[in-house]
Write a protein that binds this ligand. Structure first.
Ligand SMILES: [Zn+2]
Length: 409
């Protein structure tokens, strides 16, 4: 059991609240209403009680409530579920970004720069930075955000990174295997031994997931398998950074280990896609989701993954920000939706589903990313009549209001 945060208990609404006069309600609830996989209801209302969705239906005939939010004919969506973010760090790498835009290639080596700054920072600075980024994401409609460690890379620094992350998210991920730190550069076997031993033991009480950067220049498939297996034995769920910089074994390793998600998926073979599609046959509880992170391709000026190929093969796709100071310093899910539609051949509906319900599946959660009775009342009122505007009007602040656990933010 992960520790809660006594200093910041979950705030839930009390009494009832009716979100009324909704022009287009995206529920993501299959089999309810019409409107394809988004489960769209028109001229709808939604009742919140005790932080949860209590009722969804036509605006005419909506039940009475203590308070009312008038959506004024706008679109209402589930809050975004950002299933991949690296928020515990210090410093930034704006100069590296500028150099890359001037022609230098991205190799992942800059991670060590952030490791140095993170180790040197006091807890208060790391906590302040996580809060700043979490709040920034919330203002843009993200009501669930996964947070990884991975810039500490010592036993103490990974444990404190996760302890701070757990103050802000239920979905915390131990990423001690982000890169091999400089002091272990000539003895990676020793580093892997430490990750599986004392570092995992110190991190696991604060983590729900374990992740490995399985890539040339980071961790090879044997090291990645060993680390993920240790994490599973400690009760953590598996996720993998895979096939970002080139083809590789990461995706199929994730499938082999029953990972909830393999992330990046930029360079995939037909066999990779077949392996992912074969997991996507059930109700989502056992599927390995392909989480695409177009902010990374944008910020490294790299070719985008082909989401169309994945969707057409029946693979469950999620979109996430990969928010981190090196390769994707954005916390904006609307930006990722716009990129997915423009650059990755997703339809607007597919991209919105991937940024909400898809992200929830990537975290194996059924209480978020969907608006049906019993789900968390995490929702967004758009400054637009339809979800289409998220891709149609890129770069425009369209999030008018956010409710988190039923509480207007
Ligand atoms: Zn990442």
């Amino acid at each position: 059991m992960r520790p809660g945060d006594p200093a910041r208990p979950t705030v839930r609404s009390s009494g009832s609240l009716l979100v009324d006069n909704i022009g287009e309600l995206v529920t993501n609830a299959f089999g309810e209403g019409v409107g394809g996989p988004l489960g769209i209801h028109r001229d709808a209302a939604l009742l919140v009680e005790d932080g949860l969705v209590a009722w969804v239906g036509p605006a005419r005939g909506a039940p009475a409530a203590d308070r009312r939010v008038d959506a004024a004919g706008a679109a209402v969506l589930p809050g975004f579920v950002d299933s991949h973010a690296h928020l515990v760090f210090a410093g930034d790498r704006a100069a590296e970004f500028a150099a890359r835009m001037a022609g230098e290639p991205y190799t992942g080596g800059g991670i060590r720069t952030t490791v140095g700054a993170t180790r040197a920072a006091p807890d208060s600075e790391l906590r302040r930075n996580v809060r700043r980024l979490r709040d920034e994401a919330l203002r843009q409609g993200t009501t669930t955000i996964e947070i990884k460690s991975g810039y500490g890379l010592t036993v103490a620094d990974e444990a404190r990174s996760l302890r701070i992350a757990a103050e802000f998210s239920e979905d915390t991920t131990f990423l001690g295997a982000h890169v091999v730190p400089a002091e272990y550069a000539d003895r990676p076997d020793d580093y892997v031994g430490m990750v599986c031993g004392p570092m995992l033991a110190a991190a696991a009480p604060y983590a729900r997931w374990i992740d490995v950067f399985c890539e040339r220049g980071a961790f090879d498939v044997d090291h990645a398998r060993a680390i993920l297996a240790c994490g599973q034995a400690a009760g953590l769920g598996v996720r993998v950074h895979a096939n970002q910089l080139g083809p590789g074994p990461g995706v199929q390793l994730g499938v082999e280990l029953g990972a909830a998600s393999v992330d990046h998926c930029t360079h995939l073979s037909d066999a990779d896609i077949d392996a992912l599609a074969a997991t996507s046959t059930g109700d989502g509880a056992t599927s390995t989701v392909a989480t695409l992170l177009p902010g990374a391709e944008f910020s490294t000026r790299s070719p985008y993954p082909d989401a169309r190929r994945l969707v057409d093969a029946g693979v469950t796709v999620a979109l996430a920000t990969d928010c981190n100071p090196g390769s994707s310093y954005t916390s904006s899910m609307p930006f990722c939706i716009a990129l997915a539609v423009r650059e990755m051949r997703m339809t607007p509906a597919e991209a919105v589903w991937a940024a909400t319900a898809g992200g929830a599946l990537a975290l194996r959660r059924d209480d978020v990313g969907v608006l049906r009775p019993g789900a968390r009342a995490d929702l967004i009122v758009l400054d637009a009549p339809t979800h289409l505007h998220l891709a149609y009007r890129p770069g425009v602040p369209l999030i008018r209001q956010v409710l988190h656990n039923g509480v207007p933010q």
